[in-house]
Design a protein around this ligand. Sequence first.
Ligand code: ARG
Length: 462
Amino acid sequence: MGQKLYSGRFTKDISPITTEITQSISYDRQLYAQDLAVSRAHARMLYEKNILSEKELASILKGLELVEREIEEGKLVFKPELEDIHTHIENRLCELIGEDGKKLHTARSRNDQVAADTHLYLLQEARRQKKDLVALLETILDLAEKHKTDLWIAYTHLQVAQPVLLSHYLLSYFWAFHRDLGLLDYVIKEADRCPLGAAAVGGPNYAIEPELTARLLGFQKTYENSLDAVANRDYQLNYHFFASRLCLHVSRLCEDLIIYNSLEFGYVQMDDEITTGSSIMPQKRNPDLAEILRSRSARASANLLSLMMNLKGLPASYNRDLQEDKIYLFDNIKLTSEVILGTKELLEHTRFLPEKVEINLEKGFAQATDIADYLVSHYGLPFRQAHELTANLVRYCEQQGKTLRKLTLEEIQEVWPQQYQFDKELLDLTQSPRRRGGSMSTHPNEVEKQLEKAKQSLIAHL
Ligand code: ARG
């Protein structure tokens, strides 16, 4: 068994269940690369401040390289008794290089070390995810471009509301994910600071230079306060909120596509690559990818809540509870990475069938708002009155079991007072988007501008 780094004060070993519960090596081994980077930077800073000699630094750097190789070759044996990745690396370093290795922990504590590792890990992962998220946004843009002038149904309350352009519908998700991208930028900005140099809680008893360590690790800045530096997990909360919100958006998109992919709707068709069969019903093609993506939102939000509950009521500075932050963080980083890639895959393998929405636009009397507005603009009727006249027409259709398109002019004259003429043009669904106005609307000219704006806003993130 490796030597415990703080065994001096203790006379008895901790009990097996305590070992099991308090260990974190089973999950924080993922931080090995960051832990090595943090140790290297720390050693260099100690050397610059004349706390380590040149020879000691060289020997530590050499030793860390050997440890790195052993980990990467799967040769380092992880043992719960050695608690965490920091102890494993340091312990192995001391075994390999002897006395010099014991000097590495000068002027630092695992409290600031784990915080530095986690900052670094989160930053690297967030930057990687940013690229994937931009790629997802590009996929949505391509789809919107492809379906620029196709017709689609806008629902409210999952009831047919109005005809819109399919590109307009797709862009609505673009903007939601675009806000998530903005949030991810904020996550990155907040995480870009180095807590190393706080030591256990009050700063070390050495004239160190945290700014130098931060610079060596590529961080923008350090912390202002050592207590805050070891206690802060806000940068993780930010990430969890980003993950939760992104996954929420994905869950809504998936819900749409699952519904649209059903026999009853049939607006989209999912390719074999993203559907699976049933073990008993031979005809089935289930939208499993979309369903699992939809469910991921539950875990993402649960991880946010777990960290919030973990932090609630903790006394100032470091407490061991904080060790478990990494369970939530690793889980959310992995699941969110998959969600971003999976959503792109889902969209790339879902074919939108705009020709299938027309019948439901008709059945859902989707021209009704246009008709009411026509009465307003043509006859100067107050909107409430126009609304009522149109509703009368819809009710008549329902009673007769027909769509607005099937109405004869005579029937219309029966329902409406004589002075109001009907314009058959109003029934042409393809013209409906052209009647909308204002920069947010689904008017083709506005959607064209929207598309351009979306493209530009993405360039700003590249
Ligand atoms: N494994 C610990 C964690 O992740 C490292 C810090 C331990 N600090 C301590 N004072 N026991 O939080």
